[in-house]
Design a protein around this ligand. Structure first.
Ligand SMILES: [Zn+2]
Length: 213
């Protein structure tokens, strides 16, 4: 990490904020890497805290899009597919694309709603534009879809039903379970992708109840 003028100016203030409760002694030397590490930890703590209140005010702005993704999931189910849906929203809040799961109708095991959406989006828009878009998914993206989201350069993901709660509907020994939260995949990458969820989880789980029995 390199020091710059702006960082120097803010350094003292930053140290005061970050060192609060950190337990660092006077004699330890502050260096940019240490400050950066603490900053990252604090940011992760804040994000975790925010995400632990799925239906709090902060997530209200996402409700209508998650509801749209859930509607797509319901439509997929009506067509005999698995109940998953996704939508792509641009920076001004306009819904650009909608997609459904097509695993059964296309006889394609990769026909997940998010992958269908990302493939379509990548054909229509360039990576720079996609970096300003948000993908809304009725259920937390699986590792395959999380990978596709990473390659598409979409930088924000909001999901309804969490993977943990989704798999709680299955028998624990079910061989089709691949438990890996999308955060675990996306955090491995070098670019930052914001992940928010669960949002409207009680609504998002409805189509799944009884479906996987
Ligand atoms: Zn998937």
């Amino acid at each position: 990490m390199t020091w710059n003028c702006e960082f120097y100016l803010e350094k003292e203030k930053l140290i005061k904020v970050l060192s609060f409760g950190h337990g660092k002694t006077e004699n330890e030397e502050w260096n940019p890497e240490l400050i950066f590490d603490i900053y990252k930890t604090r940011l992760n703590e804040l994000n975790r805290l925010k995400n632990s209140f799925p239906d709090c005010k902060m997530h209200k702005e996402h409700h209508k899009y998650i509801q749209k993704a859930i509607d797509c999931a319901s439509k997929a189910k009506e067509k005999g597919n698995h109940p998953f849906g996704a939508v792509l929203v641009n920076a001004t809040g306009e819904i650009l694309l909608e997609s459904e799961n097509t695993v059964i109708s296309d006889n394609d095991i990769t026909g997940h709603a998010e992958l269908n959406l990302v493939k379509n989006a990548a054909r229509l828009y360039d990576k720079e534009f996609l970096s300003t878009c948000t993908l809304y998914s009725s259920t937390e993206p699986c590792p395959m879809c999380a990978g596709a989201i990473f390659w598409s350069n979409i930088r924000k993901v909001v999901f309804g039903l969490s993977e943990r709660k989704f798999y709680s509907l299955f028998d624990k020994r079910n061989e089709e379970i691949l438990y890996m939260p999308c955060k675990d995949v996306l955090d491995k990458g070098n670019k930052r992708i914001q992940i928010i969820g669960p949002v409207l989880e009680d609504e998002a789980i409805k189509d799944h109840k009884g479906f996987w029995d």
